[in-house]
Write a protein of this length. Structure first.
Length: 240
């Protein structure tokens, strides 16, 4: 794993965004995996700024998102569908038909899982953006998830629901389940960039980089990938 440590979030976001911009410019038909949550918001702001100022073109870019809450409709303000349009897709020229976000509100979730997984198999991802949970989850692959697991529906950890309660009126409103790419799908990506900031992430970062590869810490599976760049601030990297 390549580790890059930054003094501030702006600089970190700019450098992480440059990895995406480089990819898009080198191969304008790239397939990119996106994440939601607080960590990549600065990166998305940089992509929007670059698109407006330099015209970086996303018309032939295909996207796949990591996960979506179950049982939330697209139109719900807390859906990851809504998050992606608000924070990125509405502000760049990516085509709706090239955007893939798993549905957390399908009548038949087994079929949705199967369909999304098939799409991932048919479209190899050039680059995947990741955050990390304070419990070491990547996507919504919670501790205990097998490292060869593909797309699935998972029950969210209490820790994850508490961490994400900040986006909802109360913890009772935080969904209990989600649909997520599996760790296997993530490991199949050609390149991974993971963003982590703040001391709440420091233990998980330490385990991911220096600990054993274990199902107890899903992010430790990334040790088995040969093209991972970590974008960390001082606090997230304090135990390295
Ligand atoms: C989001 C996702 C999650 C988040 C993680 C960190 O699509 O899959 O793994 O990346 O929960 O969230 P933040 O960035 O809000 O701390």
């Amino acid at each position: 794993m390549e580790i890059r440590i930054f003094n501030n979030y702006e600089e970190l976001s700019k450098c992480a965004a440059n990895e995406i911009i480089k990819q898009v410019k080198t191969n304008p038909t790239s397939t990119i995996g996106f994440a939601t949550g607080s960590s990549p918001i600065g990166l998305y702001k940089c992509l929007i700024k670059d698109h407006k100022e330099n015209g970086t073109d996303y018309t032939e870019i295909r996207s796949f998102n990591l996960d979506e809450y179950y049982d939330i409709e697209k139109s719900n303000p807390q859906s990851y569908f809504n998050f992606m349009y608000e924070n990125l897709f509405s502000h760049i020229n990516i085509r709706n038909k090239n955007i893939n976000i798993p549905s957390g509100h399908s009548k038949d979730m087994n079929e949705e899982v199967y369909k999304y997984n098939q799409l991932l198999k048919e479209n190899s991802l050039d680059i995947q953006i990741l955050g990390i949970g304070s419990n070491g989850h990547i996507g919504f692959n919670e501790p205990g998830t097998k490292h060869d697991q593909e797309t699935h529906v998972i029950e969210l950890d209490q820790q994850t629901r508490e961490d994400n309660a900040r986006f909802f009126n109360s913890i009772d409103e935080v969904p209990t389940h989600a649909i997520t790419m599996g760790i296997k799908n993530i490991l199949d990506t050609k390149k991974i960039i993971l963003i982590a900031t703040g001391k709440k992430k420091a233990e998980a970062i330490k385990g991911m980089v220096n600990g054993a590869i274990t199902e107890d810490l899903p992010a430790s599976a990334l040790q088995n990938h040969d093209n991972v760049i970590l974008f960390l601030d001082k606090e997230a990297s304090r135990y390295l």
